[in-house]
Design a protein around this ligand. Structure first.
Ligand code: SF4
Ligand code: SF4
Length: 235
């Protein structure tokens, strides 16, 4: 596969890159650059070289997973580039090529897919109260445990439409709408990317001798809790 050619087809790449003058304004305003080694100017500079080897190494790196997608860079670039959009296109290509699985940060896509991604298709919500496992948020202390145990009462008092077939927040998403979401995921290539994430993650799990069967298997928890930035897992 010619990586630059593939990247050039992505509308986010087309919208995101005009011509970079390497001024570094994006890096200066980028919150991710302030707290990590991430550098959007370097990412855009690498892309502009159109070097297939450099591009491949970017796709297998942790770098492209450090952007927070805040789009502060969009508002400040003097050439109207949007490094955040370029990163989105790079992430899609990294998944489609399976290279995400070679990055410790990229491997975490499985945890995102099995929470936010799957919940959208199952409930119509990216975060759904029934699926919040409070053990995964120890920083919330006993408060979230109490809220979860008493969710019917709390959600009623907050005036939500939790699980009801009526208008309002947290209402039950109709079967027709869920089917529409499924078709959107299929048409946009998201379903295919989900399948690739599961497939390549299974290989990494196998190499680490971790369970890879259930929605919350030991590989999921490894990615969620232990796989830290810069700590490349053994493969
Ligand atoms: S702000 Fe724009 S022109 Fe400047 S380095 Fe970033 S992408 Fe390039
Ligand atoms: S979208 Fe990404 S690259 Fe742009 S400022 Fe936000 S974190 Fe930085």
């Amino acid at each position: 596969m010619e990586l630059y050619k593939e990247l050039s087809k992505d509308i986010r790449f087309i919208e995101g890159l005009n011509a970079c003058i390497n001024c570094g304004t994006c890096t200066a305003v980028c919150p991710a650059a302030a707290v990590s080694d991430y550098d959007p100017r370097m990412v855009v500079d690498t892309i502009q070289q159109r070097d297939e080897k450099e591009l491949e190494s970017l796709l297998r790196s942790d770098t492209i997973w450090l952007c927070g997608e805040c789009l502060s860079c969009k508002t400040r670039c003097p050439r109207s580039n949007t490094p955040g959009y370029i990163i989105q296109a790079l992430r899609a290509l990294s998944i489609e090529t399976g290279l995400f699985a070679e990055s410790s940060q990229g491997q975490k896509q499985l945890a995102i897919k099995r929470t936010v991604g799957d919940h959208i298709l199952k409930y119509g919500y990216c975060v759904y109260v029934d699926e919040v496992n409070t053990e995964m948020y120890p920083e919330q202390g006993p408060v979230w445990d109490w809220l979860k145990r008493n969710k019917e009462l709390v959600l009623e008092r907050l005036g939500t439409s939790y699980q009801k077939e009526q208008s309002g927040t947290l209402r039950k998403t109709s079967a027709e709408s869920l089917n529409d979401l499924k078709r959107i995921f299929e048409e946009t290539g998201a379903t295919k990317r989900f399948d690739i994430i599961e497939d390549y993650s299974a290989r990494v799990a196998n190499s680490l001798d971790l369970d890879f069967k259930a929605e919350r298997d030991s590989y999921f928890y490894f990615q969620y809790n232990e796989n830290q930035q810069g700590k490349k897992s053994e493969q």
